[in-house]
Design a protein around this ligand. Sequence first.
Ligand code: PRE
Length: 386
Amino acid sequence: MSSKSADAAATQLSQLRDAIDAVDTQLVDLIAQRAAITAQVGQVKRQLKQPLYVPEREHSLIRARRQYAEQKGLAADLIEDVLRRIIRESYRTQTMQATPTSTDLSRPVVIVGGRGRLGQLLAKLFGQTGYQVTVLDKGDQWTDELAAQAQLVMLSVPVNQTVGVIRQLPALAADCVLADVTSVKSEPLQAMLEQHSGPVVGLHPMFGPSVQNLAKQLVVVTPGRCADACQWLLDQFVNWGAHIETSDAGQHDEAMGWVQAMRHLSTFSYGLHMAEENADIDALLQMSSPIYRMELMMVGRLFAQNAELYADIIMANKQQFPTIGRYLERFGEALGYLEKGDKARFIEQFEQVKAYFGNYASQFLDESEGMVQLADDQRFRQQHGG
Ligand SMILES: O=C(O)C(=O)C[C@]1(C(=O)O)C=C[C@@H](O)C=C1
């Protein structure tokens, strides 16, 4: 290329980049315009007492924009990603729009364990929504008046203390809702039913106290007694944007054995193993594929949290321990035959597990591809600040 045509191409590149800047600026203006509209929507929904998160509406708007994107020759997934990210901002701006679903705001909501992290989040949510909130924690005393007045007593105490705290509760008003947010459900639910003859419900918020808002967060509900009288509480979580799944307490605990004990313990062991073997995290990260980086993140994030909390959660799922013992055996068995070079046995077992996962295997592969892409964007953002 002559130096003249190189100069012309360089000028053209700079002009094209100016044009991109202008379009990107318009994009920002449009997103700001949309944010102003969704803030108004939030206010109108507050008047109508409608929830933060409206899955049907999101589904229909995304489907329509996907079709339009395709007409324009764009990837439908691109537009869906962009819209979902923008909608996530709507949740943030609309969080203050929550409306109370209880008809009586003169009676207090009592959060027992309200100075713990989840307790603080709950106290904040109820407080921002217009409830009178009383927090009780270690060393605080119930008064007769508070016990007689409370419309809701919500227990947010460490998992190994929940049943003990329930047994110490004073007599509550007959229509007071007694609820807990412990990560195991059968024993606390039974204890609450024995302690209080009024409405009882077990809740398991499947999120940590660091969430910014409850949009799309899952709360598992294990019904106890007088479901109608507990409904306002469930509606309140829905109003905050949460998604509710109802389950039998026993079924919940069985599933949690897998999610909590099995997963946390194997994550802990993986981290322990890395530490004892002194694996070089920097070197692993430098040479990791995005999916391995994600796996490492799943391990590392555990150790940014509270050791006692995880010990309590794992030990509260003791029913899972025999299964975990069998996991160890299988791990050892696989290592043993691979050491002996028995590839056929590995392939045979692999096919067996593949058949067990069925359609989920390919579904999980597809789903994780999207997450891998996001993790990759995140990685470059961290490395290059871009
Ligand atoms: O339509 C609404 O109800 C909104 O609050 C707006 C909006 C959006 O940003 O488009 C946000 C949250 C809802 O889940 C659905 C859609």
